[in-house]
Each structure stands twice: as structure tokens, then as C-alpha cells.
Design a protein around this ligand. Sequence first.
Ligand SMILES: Nc1ncnc2c1ncn2[C@@H]1O[C@H](COP(=O)(O)OP(=O)(O)OP(=O)(O)O)[C@@H](O)[C@H]1O
Ligand SMILES: [Mg+2]
Length: 270
Amino acid sequence: MNAVTEAANRSASVGDLIVKLEQVVKEYALGKVTVPAVRGVDLEIRKGEFITVAGPSGSGKTTLLNLIGCVDTATRGTVLVDGKDTGKLSERELTKLRLFTIGFIFQSFNLVSVLTAFQNVEFPLLLQKSIGKADRTKRVLDLLEAVGLKEHADHRPGELSGGQRQRVAVARALVTKPKLVLADEPTANLDSATGKSIIDLMKELNETQGTTFVFSTHDHEVMRRAGRVVQLVDGRVVSAGDESAKTSAGGGAPENDSADDDKRAEDGAD
Ligand SMILES: Nc1ncnc2c1ncn2[C@@H]1O[C@H](COP(=O)(O)OP(=O)(O)OP(=O)(O)O)[C@@H](O)[C@H]1O
Ligand SMILES: [Mg+2]
């Protein structure tokens, strides 16, 4: 590879990126104390990547996903999502970005307790007002089936186990076919077989539809299957795992089975 091609490969053009963070800081005010949760993060995520954010408890993983997902705003710095500077968007524009571009699987699920599993998954489609009832019903039932919950469509969250609730949250995040899925520990409450089937489903969407996935996780199996692992410590990126990202041109990132990466994944877990 000549020097020019190498340089071009190294610096992804803005059009290749779904997320770009520049010097992002997030501080929480706790009474008179300021808690720095994210301390100056630069990060680029290309369209079609399948990446994990790893790091000890309290290192800022959830905060970072909340900033990318526009459910929280940065104290300083720039958060670009799908080419839009989220700090400059109105509430209405942010709502549109969250509804049409992003799917979010929250660590605490955030399901609506009075709605059934079916209705929780259907909810974003009702807000979008983009497809009719018959198509909507089919899409919701197909996804509930894909996460192994078709039989539980009429159960409310209170009538489901933690793992089942997590899978409803996964289905709800995927139902709008978003470009970018942010998943905060999506397998934390699942047994290993169910966790694997959920990751298989996401990997398939990544490969067939080019959906970008960003996970936070402590799960070694999820890290092993990621295109790269971004390591956070005390609100800072200590490794962006860029080497594997550079080799993944467009589409889904390759599965990463090398011993080195397993080692790196293990080093990042707490
Ligand atoms: N709403 C908040 N108010 C005050 N401090 C907060 C708030 N949310 C998070 N923090 C603090 O910010 C830091 C990062 O928290 P965060 O939840 O992002 O970590 P995490 O890496 O997701 O941890 P875990 O693995 O336990 O989920 C922690 O020190 C936490 O106590
Ligand atoms: Mg967290």
C-alpha cells in the first residue's frame, strides 16, 4: 500500500462516520460536588461498525452512550451523530434523531410498565407514524419471535423475568430499523445461550443491513465478537482499539478472534 492510500485509509472522511466525539466532557453536579463522568473523549465510529465500550464499573460507559444517544447533553465538547452536531439541535430535532436514527437499549430497560411486551415494542413505530397497522403488527411479532418472546407478547414488564424484559428492550430498539443501535450491557441479565442468540441477531442486522452497533459490556463473549473494543478508565479512552477498525472497510466489521484481542478484552473487564 502506498503512503497516500495508507493516509486515506487512516483518516475516515466525515461521511464514513456515524459518530464523532471531540473533547467531550460530562460533569454531574451532586450538591456542591462536581462528578466528572467523562473527561475529554475523542472517538470516531464508522458506519457499519460493531464495537464495544469496556471498562470498570463507574468508568463512564453509560454516560458515554447517553451522550451519543442524545438522552443527555455534554458539559463541553462536540457530539456529532449521523453528521449532525447534537449540541446545536432543537428539542424537536433531537427527538427526531432519537426516534428515526437511534435505537437505545438501556441498562435499566426503561419499559413502560402499563404496556404489554407487544405494546412496548410497537410504541416507537406508533410515534413514527410511518407504517400501517398490519405491517406494524407483523414487524413487532417477528421481532418478538426473534428474541424468543412471541409467547409472552401479552405480558406486562412486571410479569416478565429480568432477562425477558431485557429482550423486550432489545426488540423495541430494533423495531424501527435504526442506523445506530446503542446497547448498554444488553446481555447482562441473560444466560449465555440467550445472550449468544441476541448477539447473533444483532450481528446479522449488522452484516445484512449495515446497522452500526455500539455496546457497553462486561461480557467477554460480546467483546470477542466485536470489531473493536474501546477501553474506558476513569472517563477517559485509554485504547480505541483502532487497528481492527482500520482493516474493516465499510459494511460489518469482521469478527475478531485473535488471541491478542481476547487478551485485550480480558484486560478491560472488571
Ligand atoms: N446522574 C448522575 N449524577 C451524579 N453522578 C453520576 C450520575 N450518573 C453517573 N454518575 C457518575 O458518573 C460516573 C460514571 O458513571 P457511569 O454510569 O457512566 O459508569 P459505567 O461505566 O456505566 O458503570 P457500570 O459498569 O456500573 O454501569 C460514576 O462515577 C457515577 O457515579
Ligand atoms: Mg453503566
